[in-house]
Write a protein of this length. Structure first.
Length: 546
C-alpha cells in the first residue's frame, strides 16, 4: 500500500503533496511542429506495484504536470509520460520523466514541514522575482497582561488561511487572509450544512500564472475527517498593489485542481478542474471542468458552466491539469485527455478526446472467468488470432497475502448477472456531479455514454481503505478474502432495474495475470453512433413519484 503519514491526527498520503504549478495561462505556437522531433514508439509495460504501493497504483494515471514545446505536449504521471505529437496527432507512451521537484517526498519530516511551514515558491514577471506561499495560521489567546510571549490556549475558532507575497522591491511579506474558520462555518450554513464539525484543512497552491497586469493563483485544501476549505482564486494587481479574492459560492468546498484564464483581460473566463476528497480517498469526482465568467462589478457573482462525463464529451471525471494554447484548451485526466475549442465548448463536435488504456497480445488460448475468484473458467478462447489484442481494464487481488491476482479484460460477448440489490433515490443529491441522475444502484459509479454504462479509471477508488474499490458483485467484506466481483470496469447493459433487484450484462471477464503482459497505449475516445437518453433519468422520476 502507499505510505500513509499520520500528522496531527490527519492521515496524509505522500502523493497528495505532489502538485505542479502553471506559470503561463496562454501559449501561442508560432513554430511549425516537426514529426522528426517526436519520440519514437516504445513499449511501456503496465507497472507492477512494489510492496510499499497500493495494488491499484498500476492504474494511477493522474496527471501531475503538462510539459509542452513546439513539437509535443507531454502529460506526465508519476511513472509514465503520455506524449502527443502535434504534427500528426499521434500518441506515444514513454517512461516517466516527471521533474524531481514534483516527485513525492519520502521523508516524513519534510512532509510535516511543508504542511505547517511551506517554502516560498517563485514566479518571474518581466525579469523580476515574486515569492509566494499559502499557510494555515493558528491563533492563540494572549497571556497575562497581553504578553504574547506567553500565550494561553490555542483558539482554533480564529484560525485563518493566509496568502503571503514578497514583491521584488520589498523585503516585507504582504499578507492576505483568504478565509477563517468562522468564514468556513458561515459558508457551510448558507449551503445548508451544519456549522459544527468543520476545521481548516491545510491549504496548497495548485496554479500560479501571469495574466494581463496581474498575478493569479488557485488555492485548494486538504479534505476529509472534518477538514475542508473554500474554493479560492487570488489575484494580485501589480499596478495598484491590490489583492482580490474570487470565491464563487457555486464551488463552495470544491477543490480547484488547476486554473487556466482565457479571453479578454477585463472580461475573462476562468477554466478550472475540480474534485473533492474523503477519508481514505484522495480522488472523488466533483463538478468536472468548470467555466466561470465573473460579473465585472462583483467577481464573486457570475455565470458558472460545468462539463462532466454526464453532460459533455469529457473523457475523465476529474480534470487534473489544464493548458491553454490560443483557442484550444487541453484537459488532462487520469482516464485520458481532451482538446476543445474553449469558445465552442458547448458544441460536442468541438471536442477531440483520447483515452488511456492497457492492451495485451492475446495468447493462443485465453481462459476467462465470469467472476474474480471463480476457480472454474466460464469460457476458453482459442485458435489463430493473427496477433489480436485484448483490452485490459483492471487488476484485482485473489489473494492478499501473496499479492496474486487477475486482470479484468474486455469481453465482447459478455456475461449476465442478477443481484438482490435494487434502485432508490440517492439521498445526498447536492454532492452529485452535474448531469448525473439521482439514482442509487449497484452501478452508481458508472456513467451513461449514450449507449452503455461505462466507468473511467478516475471513477474507481485507488485506495484499500474501506475494502478498496467497489464493483458489480455480491458478498461480504472479510479480512484477507477478496469479494468475488463480477466486474470492476466492464461496460454495463442494463437489463432490468427495480427497487429490489438489478440485472445487467457486463462486457468483461477475468484472466490469471500470468496469461498476459499488458502494455500502455492511448486510443481515440469513441462516440456512440446513435446516442440514447440515460434510462436512469426516467427511473429517477418514477422513484421520486412514489
Amino acid at each position: 500500500m502507499k505510505k500513509i503519514i499520520p500528522i496531527f491526527g490527519i492521515a496524509l498520503l505522500l502523493n497528495a503533496c505532489v502538485s505542479s504549478v502553471n506559470t503561463a495561462s496562454q501559449v501561442n505556437n508560432a513554430v511549425k511542429p516537426q514529426v522528426v522531433n517526436c519520440p519514437k514508439a516504445t513499449v511501456v509495460s503496465l507497472p507492477v506495484p512494489n510492496q510499499n504501493e497500493s495494488f491499484y497504483d498500476r492504474f494511477n494515471f493522474h496527471i501531475l504536470n503538462i510539459a509542452a514545446d513546439a513539437d509535443t505536449v507531454r502529460f506526465q504521471t508519476l511513472k509514465q509520460d503520455f506524449v502527443f505529437c502535434r504534427s500528426n496527432n499521434n500518441w506515444t507512451v514513454q517512461s516517466g520523466n516527471l521533474p524531481q521537484e514534483l516527485q513525492p517526498p519520502n521523508d516524513y519530516a519534510e512532509v510535516a514541514q511543508e504542511l505547517v511551514n511551506p517554502k516560498f515558491k517563485n514566479i518571474d514577471l518581466q525579469g523580476k522575482n515574486y515569492q509566494y506561499r499559502v499557510v494555515r495560521k493558528p491563533q492563540f489567546s494572549l497571556g497575562e497582561n497581553n504578553n504574547i510571549s506567553r500565550p494561553n490556549e490555542p483558539e482554533p475558532a480564529k484560525d485563518q488561511i493566509v496568502f503571503e507575497l514578497i514583491t521584488p522591491n520589498s523585503k516585507e511579506t504582504q499578507q492576505k487572509t483568504l478565509y477563517s474558520l468562522k468564514d468556513l462555518q458561515t459558508a457551510a450554513v448558507k449551503a445548508g450544512f451544519s456549522a459544527t464539525g468543520n476545521q481548516l484543512g491545510f491549504p496548497r497552491i495548485t496554479s500560479a500564472m501571469v495574466y494581463g497586469d496581474s498575478l493569479w493563483w488557485s488555492i485548494a485544501f486538504e479534505q476529509g475527517e472534518g477538514n475542508t476549505g473554500i474554493a479560492t482564486i487570488v489575484r494580485y494587481d501589480l499596478q495598484n498593489n491590490k489583492f482580490t479574492l474570487i470565491q464563487p459560492p457555486e464551488l463552495g468546498f470544491t477543490q480547484i485542481t488547476d486554473l487556466a484564464i482565457a479571453g479578454d483581460v477585463k472580461n475573462p473566463t476562468f477554466w478550472m478542474g475540480t474534485q473533492i476528497s474523503g477519508e481514505g480517498n484522495l480522488y472523488i469526482p466533483a463538478k468536472g471542468l468548470v467555466a466561470y465568467r465573473p460579473d465585472s462589478q462583483n467577481p464573486n457573482s457570475g455565470s458558472l458552466t460545468t462539463y462532466t462525463v454526464h453532460n459533455s464529451p469529457l473523457v475523465g471525471a476529474i480534470p487534473d491539469k489544464l493548458r491553454l494554447e490560443n483557442d484550444k484548451l487541453w484537459i488532462s485526466t487520469a482516464n485520458g485527455v481532451c482538446q476543445v475549442q474553449w469558445q465552442k465548448a458547448d458544441n460536442p463536435d468541438s471536442w477531440s478526446c483520447w483515452r488511456f488504456t492497457a492492451m495485451a497480445k492475446r495468447p493462443e488460448k485465453l481462459t476467462l472467468h465470469s467472476e474474480l475468484t471463480n476457480k472454474t473458467p466460464a469460457v476458453s478462447l482459442s485458435g489463430d488470432n493473427n496477433g489480436e489484442t485484448v483490452e485490459v481494464l483492471w487488476w484485482s487481488p485473489i489473494d492478499f497475502q501473496t499479492r496474486k491476482g487477475r486482470y479484468e479484460v474486455r469481453y465482447p460477448q459478455g456475461f449476465t448477472v442478477k443481484l438482490d440489490e435494487g434502485a432508490s433515490i440517492y439521498e445526498l443529491q447536492r454532492f452529485l456531479p452535474p448531469g448525473k441522475p439521482p439514482v442509487d444502484w449497484p452501478g452508481f459509479e458508472w456513467h451513461w455514454n449514450g449507449e452503455r454504462f461505462v466507468r473511467g479509471l478516475d471513477e474507481v477508488s485507488l485506495n484499500l481503505v474501506g475494502g478498496g474499490p467497489q464493483g458489480i458483485g455480491s458478498g461480504q467484506l472479510s479480512p484477507n478474502i477478496p469479494i468475488n466481483w463480477n466486474t470492476m470496469r466492464g461496460d454495463l447493459e442494463l437489463l432490468n432495474l427495480s427497487p429490489k433487484s438489478t440485472s445487467v450484462k457486463y462486457y468483461s471477464g477475468w484472466v490469471d495475470e500470468a496469461q498476459i503482459q499488458p502494455y500502455l497505449t492511448v486510443v481515440p475516445q469513441e462516440k456512440p453512433q446513435n446516442p440514447q437518453p440515460n434510462p436512469l433519468a426516467v427511473l429517477a422520476k418514477q422513484l421520486q413519484s412514489r
